[in-house]
Design a protein around this ligand. Structure first.
Ligand code: KDG
Ligand code: MG
Length: 409
């Protein structure tokens, strides 16, 4: 069996997605997600110009060897563009292997360790009543775990907070905040945030009781001591996790945070490789691995990092916002179903338009996500539908402090 074609498809049904489609001489096809939000075309060019020519005539069954070849032969290792491109190849080859075997990918990874995946949804509100409505709506939709993000007095727009009131069944996408030639500028005030957030969680606990697993994303905005203070002040509200409390570049910062708080920590959505987690796992500085199959080199390294994490009782919490395509989401759902140390899956649900382009076997029922039992990943790309939605330039927003200083978004 050999690869005879590899095509890169860029489509924007509700947002931009980059998909790699590999075809074999037997007519089997496999899909991989290569979407890098805001920098999509860099990955599309990397694939088209530098990877597709290397794939032709290769044996699609040699997944590990192809991964190592693409990683090592580039010499210039790691980085989000390179790793998203390698991820797409890895996923597409697992998809093909599953189709040839007649098995869903999770069966090839060791079989199901559970009946389905617990998922968390994104509740948000510009004030407490709106936040409560959003939490209720997510509970009605079946979510068992809820991420809580709120506005902050004095700050105009905050990451993760829908700019409009949400009603049941209606989706929101805060990323990118707008499409167009330039990214949108937002503002930020960490001290106001640290003062406001504990009261919000207190109100949520008073309203929804002690048992509901609650999550929060700090989106890389705090210094180590600020993160430690937040973790400590949230302890009475028993969070399931506090995510990205500090910027990921300084991993040693987590040592300081850990010394001060027992609030569980999740980190790694911007990490690209297994090596990025080495220190954090070995020193047990985190509780959840936030990698996404798409930005992390695919299914193969995701399984490896989780096997390493298992030795330290660290669990998965794979990154699943809507900028991870249905192909990327399926890829990590197969991993999540198979591994023993699954924690929770982030699940925002894609728009109907996205789902009309990516036809899927994935289901979300009674709070449980399942990738389905079709051979391979369980996603097919409707190329005719995809062609109706051409690429649109889109950027993520960015932050400035009151005095104009750039800050992490
Ligand atoms: O493209 C950026 C998003 O993937 C990121 O901001 C989402 O932080 C995020 C999350 O936890 O889903
Ligand atoms: Mg996040």
């Amino acid at each position: 069996m050999k690869i005879i074609a590899a095509d890169v498809i860029v489509t924007s049904p509700s947002r931009n997605f980059v998909t790699l489609k590999i075809t074999t001489n037997d007519g089997v096809t496999g899909l991989g997600d290569a979407t890098l939000n805001g920098r999509e075309l860099a990955v599309a060019a990397y694939l088209r110009e530098h990877i597709v020519p290397l794939l032709l005539d290769r044996d699609p069954h040699r997944i590990e060897d192809t991964w190592q070849f693409l990683y090592r032969s580039a010499y210039w290792r790691r980085g989000s563009v390179t790793m998203a491109a390698i991820a797409a190849v890895d996923m597409a080859l697992w998809d093909i292997k599953g189709k040839v075997a007649g098995l869903p990918v999770y069966q090839l990874l060791g079989g199901a360790s559970r009946t389905g995946l617990a998922a968390y949804g994104h509740a948000s509100g510009r004030d407490i009543p709106e936040l409560f409505d959003s939490i209720k709506m997510h509970l009605e939709d079946g979510y068992t775990h809820i991420r809580v993000q709120t506005s902050i007095p004095g700050v105009r727009a905050v990451y993760g907070v829908a700019a409009q009131t949400q009603s049941s069944g209606e989706r929101y996408d805060y990323e990118p905040a707008s499409r167009g030639a330039l990214p949108v500028e937002e503002d930020w005030d960490t001290r106001a945030y640290l003062r406001h957030l504990p009261g919000v969680f207190e109100a949520v606990r008073n309203e929804f009781g002690p048992t509901l697993p609650l999550l929060h994303d700090g989106h890389h905005r705090m210094t180590p001591i600020q993160a430690a203070k937040l973790g400590k002040s949230l302890e009475p509200f028993d969070l399931f996790w506090l995510e990205d409390c500090t910027p990921a570049e300084n991993q040693e910062a987590l040592r300081l945070v850990r010394q001060h708080t027992t609030t569980p920590l999740a980190i790694g959505e911007v990490f690209n490789t297994v090596w990025d987690f080495q220190l954090l796992i070995r020193e047990q500085l985190i509780d959840y691995v936030r990698a996404a199959s798409t930005h992390f080199g695919g299914i193969s390294p995701l399984k490896k990092v989780m096997d390493y994490a298992a030795q330290y009782q660290i669990k998965s919490g794979f990154h699943g916002p809507t900028d991870v395509s249905p192909v990327g989401l399926a890829a990590q759902a197969h991993v999540g179903l198979a591994i023993h140390n699954f924690g929770v899956q982030e699940y925002m649900a894609h728009s109907d338009r996205t789902n009309s382009v990516f036809e899927q076997t994935m289901t979300f029922k009674d709070g449980s996500l399942h990738p389905g039992d079709a051979p391979g990943l369980g996603v097919e790309l409707n190329e005719e539908a995809a062609a109706a939605f051409p690429y649109q330039q889109a950027y993520l927003p960015y932050n400035r402090l009151a005095d104009g200083t750039m800050h992490d978004w």
